[in-house]
Design a protein around this ligand. Structure first.
Ligand code: COA
Length: 276
């Protein structure tokens, strides 16, 4: 692997395996009260074989179990990117990062559920959809990120009853027809971001949550029958690129969201494209 120059707006970044304490990678550090969200196009092991070296045995087994090449690429890119950006924060190599998974709904023995980092205040969340991935890191509180490719119109109409509350369905109906699929996807990303931040995932029906209308600033407005005490939910839309919608939710204090793009070169070097 080539050793790249520090990441700096379009210059090559480090290559795989670097990131030990003292090596400058150019990956920005997450500050107190910040949440950083990274987006990247998925690359598969055929194009970037070295990325597989970053995964642990459990991740490799999950990667290999996907039947579709595109699903393998999404999983590989999300987990490699998560390892690289987390490693920079913790001052270690990407292979040394230890993810823990926590499910608050069942005792199934195999690890599953919300990903975290043992013994660190850093919180993380992953998402993949279409051909893109998102990784969120937070020092402001538990985080959930959701990235969704804009649904086809008929799929959005089919899913709406299970995903949207009555008030949201009425608001969606009021949008011009051409805007409804994107509007539905905006709702869906906002709700799933909240449910990933809490760790509930889809064990809680998204229709129990009411979020603000797609054209309004993101906010969680209501959550039917939510029993236990809970932290305030800070919800924001993040721009994931054309054809997608994304949102990030952080539980707790106000937080500043910082957005980044990443791209992998064929040699496994991580690049950060220049801002447009
Ligand atoms: C987690 C969930 C919300 C993901 O939704 P999705 O739109 O299909 O997928 P996304 O790409 O946005 O997110 C997937 C990521 O969410 C994370 N995740 C999984 N469970 C999670 C949870 N309970 N809370 C937060 N994040 C979770 C994982 O990192 C996963 O990435 P990975 O598969 O690469 O490891 C949804 O699949 C779910 O709720 N699954 C669990 C339901 C279930 O089967 N429960 C039974 C066992 S308790």
């Amino acid at each position: 692997m080539n050793k790249g120059a520090p990441l700096d707006g379009g210059t090559p970044g480090r290559s795989l395996g670097e990131g030990q304490r003292g090596v400058s990678t150019g990956i920005p550090r997450v500050g107190a009260g910040e949440c950083h969200v990274w987006f990247a196009e998925a690359v598969g092991a055929v194009r970037v074989p070295g990325l597989l070296e970053l995964l642990d045995d459990r991740e490799l087994a999950r990667h290999d179990a996907f039947a579709r090449e595109q699903d393998r690429a999404l999983y590989l890119t999300a987990h490699a990117l998560a390892r690289e950006v987390v490693a920079e924060q913790l001052g270690m190599g990407p292979r040394e990062v230890r993810f823990v998974l926590e499910c608050r709904h069942c005792d199934r023995p195999e690890p599953h559920g919300k990903p975290g980092l043992a013994g660190s205040p850093l919180e993380l969340s992953l998402s993949h959809s279409g051909s893109r991935v998102a990784v969120a890191l937070s020092l402001a509180g538990p985080v959930g990120v959701d990235l969704e490719e804009i649904a086809a119109g008929d799929r959005a109409a089919e899913l709406a009853p299970a995903v949207l509350s009555t008030a949201e369905r009425a608001a969606l109906e009021r949008l011009p027809e051409a805007e409804r699929a994107a509007g539905f996807t905006r709702y869906w990303a906002r709700k799933e971001a909240v449910l990933k931040a809490t760790g509930d995932g889809l064990m809680v029906e998204p229709a129990r949550l009411t979020v603000s209308a797609p054209e309004e600033p993101a906010a969680l407005l209501a959550w039917d029958d939510r029993k236990e005490p809970h932290l305030p939910v800070r919800l924001q839309d993040v721009d994931p690129g054309t054809g997608y919608r994304a949102a990030v939710a952080v539980l707790g204090a106000e937080c500043t969201v910082v957005r980044h793009d990443a791209a992998y070169g064929g040699d496994g070097t991580l690049y950060r494209p220049r801002p447009q």
